[in-house]
Design a protein around this ligand. Structure first.
Ligand code: ATP
Length: 344
């Protein structure tokens, strides 16, 4: 066979049994995951779950204690950052205050000694695409937060590297700008076919931007799924609690004793929007109501009054809730059953 004819290896990333231990902590424990070429992958998890450590390992800013990282099939585990085919955008935009926008965007290309004519061509294309064309002479201090973020993105985009890493790039922006930049970054990734690895602790960012989400907790991968799969079928109680506002109700089997025969130690999960009020069902006491406009968020208690279980239900705001004789109902298809080990 002719090796020269072989199709190029895809620019996907894969991690094989990657662990990172510090003296005091195991930041990553046996992580095996693949982040496919041209797709938007989000690393999602609470503070301290290991997501930044994972991104730093991919970037080459840190080295795993054990395991292998591959990019396009090539072992890059111990390669210096500059020799990996990737760009990176940080939470702090890391713009140079003494350089103007053009110089900031071109910084990496100058270091790599790309020809001046080529630099000018790429700058014009990227600056126009990202709405920075009119701002090229300004200093970072003369830009809004959103514009600074766009300069940081432009600097990554102009490198024309197939893989882009982002660590909480929107956390310094206000809510409105964050929502706009989510759309912008997603559109950019699609347009350029970038392999994106995006770190966030924000489930809304993850759900709206990702092709697939890698959920991390305590240094371990909890689930890899599309946003829809993750919502519809969380792999364990951690994922069930982490996604959704308010999160899924997890009812211990004993709280439904007499209503439903469930295996001992198991948990029944019901999303708040899947609960309805009915003439029969699980008897419940109303504990609290929060008015949200279109909806109301009701908190109920079920089970014995001495040891109640609390449940949240998202109900239409027009639905009147009496004080007595309330029953909660849901369809069997809306039930998620988790074993005593927390697994689906
Ligand atoms: P955050 O969202 O708060 O940044 P994270 O999910 O990115 O959190 P990491 O920064 O990856 O989490 O940290 C994972 C774990 O590893 C934490 O327990 C952290 O304390 C520990 N850790 C990270 N870097 C170091 C280090 N250089 N030395 C010792 N422990 C570290």
């Amino acid at each position: 066979s002719d090796a020269g004819e072989a199709s190029p290896l895809p620019a996907g990333l894969s991690l094989h049994q990657v662990s990172r231990r510090f003296d005091s902590a195991v930041a990553l424990d046996d992580v095996a995951v693949s982040l496919p070429e041209g797709r938007f992958s989000v690393l999602l998890g609470p503070s301290g779950c290991g997501k930044s450590t994972l991104l730093r390992l991919i970037a080459g800013l840190d080295t795993p204690t054990s395991g292998v990282i591959r990019l396009a099939g090539r072992d890059i585990t111990r390669l210096p950052p500059a020799e990996r085919d990737l760009s990176m955008v940080f939470q702090s935009y890391a713009l140079f205050p003494h350089l103007n926008v053009a110089e900031n965007i071109l910084f990496g290309l100058s270091v790599r000694r790309v020809r001046k004519a080529e630099q000018r061509q790429r700058l014009e294309r990227v600056a126009r695409m990202m709405g920075l064309w009119e701002l090229l002479d300004r200093r970072p201090s003369q830009l809004s937060g959103g514009q600074q973020q766009r300069v940081a993105l432009a600097r990554a985009v102009i490198s024309e590297r197939p893989v882009c890493l982002m660590d909480e790039p929107l956390s310094n922006l206000d809510a409105k700008l964050r929502a706009e930049m989510r759309v912008e970054i997603r559109a950019l990734q699609k347009r350029l076919g970038l392999t994106m690895v995006y770190v966030t602790h924000d489930q809304v960012e993850a759900m709206t931007m990702a092709d697939h989400i890698v959920v991390l907790d305590k240094g371990r991968v909890q689930q890899v799924a599309t946003p829809r799969e993750l919502y519809a079928a969380p792999a364990n109680t951690f994922c069930a609690r982490f996604i959704g506002t308010p999160p899924m109700n997890l009812i211990p089997a004993h709280a439904l004793a007499g209503q439903r025969a469930l295996p001992e130690g198991s948990m029944l999960g019901i999303r708040p929007e899947d609960i309805a009020i009915g003439a029969n069902g699980v008897p419940a006491r109303l504990a609290d109501i929060e008015y949200l406009g279109a909806d109301q968020l009701a908190t109920f208690e079920i089970g014995p009054e001495t040891a109640p279980t609390r449940l949240h239900a998202r109900l239409p705001a027009r639905e009147a809730l009496g004080d007595t004789g309330l029953h909660l109902r849901w369809h069997t298809e809306a039930e998620h059953l988790f074993g005593a080990d927390g697994q689906r």
